[in-house]
Design a protein around this ligand. Structure first.
Ligand SMILES: *Cc1c(COP(=O)(O)O)cnc(C)c1O
Length: 274
């Protein structure tokens, strides 16, 4: 919704990546700081903030290697730039890295994470930062109409999400691996289970002859909900409400949808991998 431009007067400059991870050597030449680097001609907006996303939603839940994130934070701080983490799924990343969230986020100036998504609360996201930063965030939230009354019932659900649910994320990750292995065996379906470290599968259905809208509709008819990312790519997510049997139902449904591609329905290349 161009909200950053509308409400904050900011312009985002997304950078492409080959693997979902920015690198400091890639970020640095794009920065514009008057009198420092990259801004010799005045009529250009100066860089005010660097932002990373961990895990990478559209990158199959890719987890930032810690040294890459640390290098960006250190480099930015040397230039006096703050770094924000879109950590909607940071608890999934911490699970994979086997580190506390506090440890993997300590170099960031501010962090946002979702109590919903993998942690399973019905609603809610948290913003974390210094006292001063949060005081300002409270002011801005109020100004944007984001204040809430009777929020206690939602906060209670959020506490359960935060206190109990990080411990069960390995289950979602194992289910995603199980689902990926099942899907990888189906002819017409392309997914590299090694590129799905957390709970998100980005699946190429290009060779099924169906587009994502049709595929999604056929899945929905079978009680499986998954959406397209683009015309030939689907996104599957495991979470609190999906168990092992549900994952099996999901790849059986995909098998059924792909049965017209001929027998054997199994992809022999992937079969050897299993
Ligand atoms: C869901 C999500 C958000 C936004 O979360 P809200 O709870 O809607 O504020 C931000 N970033 C990523 C990567 C997300 O997946």
């Amino acid at each position: 919704m161009a909200a950053a431009a509308q409400f904050s007067g900011c312009q985002a400059r997304p950078l492409p990546t080959a693997d979902g991870f920015l690198r400091w050597e890639q970020v640095k030449p794009t920065l514009r700081q008057r009198g420092k680097i990259g801004l010799r001609t005045p009529p250009r907006a100066e860089t005010g903030l660097i932002e990373l996303e961990n895990t990478g939603n559209m990158w199959g839940g890719a987890v930032y290697p810690q040294e890459i994130a640390d290098e960006i934070c250190d480099g930015a701080h040397e230039l006096g730039l703050p770094v924000h983490l879109d950590g909607a799924r940071i608890f999934n990343a911490a699970t994979v890295l086997g580190q506390p969230v506090a440890a993997i986020t300590k170099k960031f100036d501010s962090v946002m994470f979702c109590l919903s998504k993998g942690l399973g609360a019905p609603v809610g996201s948290m913003l974390v930062g210094s006292r001063e930063f949060i005081d300002e965030a409270h002011r801005v939230r109020k100004a944007l109409g984001g204040g809430m009354r009777q929020a206690g019932i939602l906060a209670a659900a959020g506490l359960i999400a935060l206190e109990k649910h990080p411990a069960r994320l390995p289950e979602d990750h194992a289910n995603a691996r199980f689902l990926a292995a099942g899907l990888a065996r189906i002819r017409g379906i392309q997914i590299d289970p090694a590129k799905a470290p957390t709970n998100i599968l980005i699946v190429d259905i290009g060779q099924t002859g169906m587009d994502a809208t049709e595929f999604s509709r056929k899945l929905a008819e079978r009680g499986i909900l998954a959406n397209g990312v683009n015309a030939h790519t689907m996104r599957f997510v495991t979470h609190l409400d999906v168990n092992r049997a549900g994952c099996e139902r999901a790849f059986r449904a995909v098998e059924e949808i792909c049965v017209h591609l001929g027998h054997p329905i199994h992809n022999s290349k992937a079969e050897t991998r299993n």
